[in-house]
Design a binder for this molecule. Sequence first.
Ligand SMILES: NC(=O)c1ccc[n+]([C@@H]2O[C@H](COP(=O)([O-])OP(=O)(O)OC[C@H]3O[C@@H](n4cnc5c(N)ncnc54)[C@H](O)[C@@H]3O)[C@@H](O)[C@H]2O)c1
Length: 255
Amino acid sequence: MFKGKVVIVTGAGNGIGKSIAKKFSEMDAIVCVTDINVDSAKKTSIECKNKSFYFKLDVTNKNEVKKTFNEISTITGNYHILIANAGVSTMNTIENLSEDEWDHNFNVNTKGVFLTNQEAIVQFKKNKIEGRIVNTASLAAKVGAPLLSHYSASKFAVIGFTQSAARETAKYGIRINAVCPGFVKTSMQDREIEWESKIRSMTKNEVLEEYIAQTPLGRLEKPEDVAKVVLFLAGSDSDFMTGQAINVTGGVYMT
Ligand SMILES: NC(=O)c1ccc[n+]([C@@H]2O[C@H](COP(=O)([O-])OP(=O)(O)OC[C@H]3O[C@@H](n4cnc5c(N)ncnc54)[C@H](O)[C@@H]3O)[C@@H](O)[C@H]2O)c1
């Protein structure tokens, strides 16, 4: 389905990004696996079924984004799809939230999406490529969440950016959508369960059970649940969709 397509995935060393990279590779795409942690990017690349490349990329660094995306163009000819997935979280009450936490979440989750989308859009327009972009937002981009005010705000911004960029670029045939995962079993979730259990004086298991109890489909989400929808949004079956933010939450959030 993606034969001949070159796909850049950010934050693809772990979790959801890794699953997305591997699924594209199974569908014959040439995947450029990027992550701030180059060792994890390399591991994902090794696990890819089809030809792939890996790069160290910190999405908060404009020069690095430009340099890496140019290098990808040189090596592959051109890229066609960007999956802006890299993201971070911390958990805290508003009273205890530090400026550093706020800035870190916005730098990676929001500025990282802006910088990578900007570079891809420039390239798509220059080369007349009807490119596709999928940005990773969150359930917390649709509804606020306690202990995640900063994260939630940074992800609401991703949807605002996605809608604006989609409106600006639709006339060039570029489509930009977002995906909103729920409670996905990844290293990010492990860290969040640890923090939340401490802040709320609960056991980790109690926190986990709350996540599942909030999910009508009755289980934790898997990275593959998200990857399948990302591939749909990047593929031709969604040709008439742009500016959407699709919930993939097992029904936690329904509008
Ligand atoms: N896990 C969840 O429950 C959940 C829910 C909703 C949305 N999300 C979003 O999904 C995306 C992936 O999350 P995950 O759960 O797989 O997290 P994860 O922590 O398992 O993986 C995130 C990856 O991003 C990389 N990364 C961190 N900072 C980076 C930077 N500055 N530049 C490039 N790469 C960087 C990390 O090295 C890591 O490999 C994030 O945007 C996250 O906010 C996750």
